[in-house]
Design a protein around this ligand. Sequence first.
Ligand code: URA
Length: 246
Amino acid sequence: MKQMQAERLQKILSQAGITSRRKAEKLILQGRVSVNGKVVSELGAKAVLGKDDICVNGKAIKAETEKVVVALFKPKSFVTTLHDPQGRPTVADLVKSISVRVYPVGRLDYDADGLLLMTNDGELAHRLQHPRYKVPKTYLVKVRGHPLEEGLAQLQQGVSLEDGITAPAELHILEDDKKATWLTITLREGRNHQVKRMCAAVGCPVLKLRRTKIGPIDLGNLQPGRSRRLKASEVRALRKAVGLDG
Ligand code: URA
């Protein structure tokens, strides 16, 4: 975590986007700035943003926390919450080296593995999960048996589940052996256990499930249990995919 440093008030106000440094000096001289409840009217005063309660015209200003997006290869047998009442391992155990607190974007089943994004950017997380933004999520799936033509068509066009018909999905059969079929499926909605329920509905229960891609972000050669911070260009692509930043 970044060391919290005392800074001159006018610098804090300008860095928090309140106003320019020169105008911030005026605000201070006019007695319109307070720190921990006391009006500060001299220009040399310092404070720590995020620790001290700094107000302008009585309104608190907030520390702008650095926005971070992390890609994690969630292994099987980890839950995608920060705390598990049953004491199972959680994804929080895997991102301890990240200096800010990041939250899982949606879920990935306990017995599934693959790409999980984690972030402290609430708006981005919300949009990545909301069906309105139709962010494609791709899964590598092993199912028992061999889906019939009709089943494949249903998976692609819409399967009737208890919570309604699924949206069109992209499907590719990779290989099949005697007992099982490997396929990829790309969904643009994210209901609970959706892939498992869709495959079960066409008579081919899921044996293995791995998420390989979310929007423009690929699992790549990330190893199970490892995480990495997304590069600025990847964050830009992700934000663009959900209609943020043009
Ligand atoms: N579909 C599922 O069935 N499980 C997941 O974790 C994600 C998609």
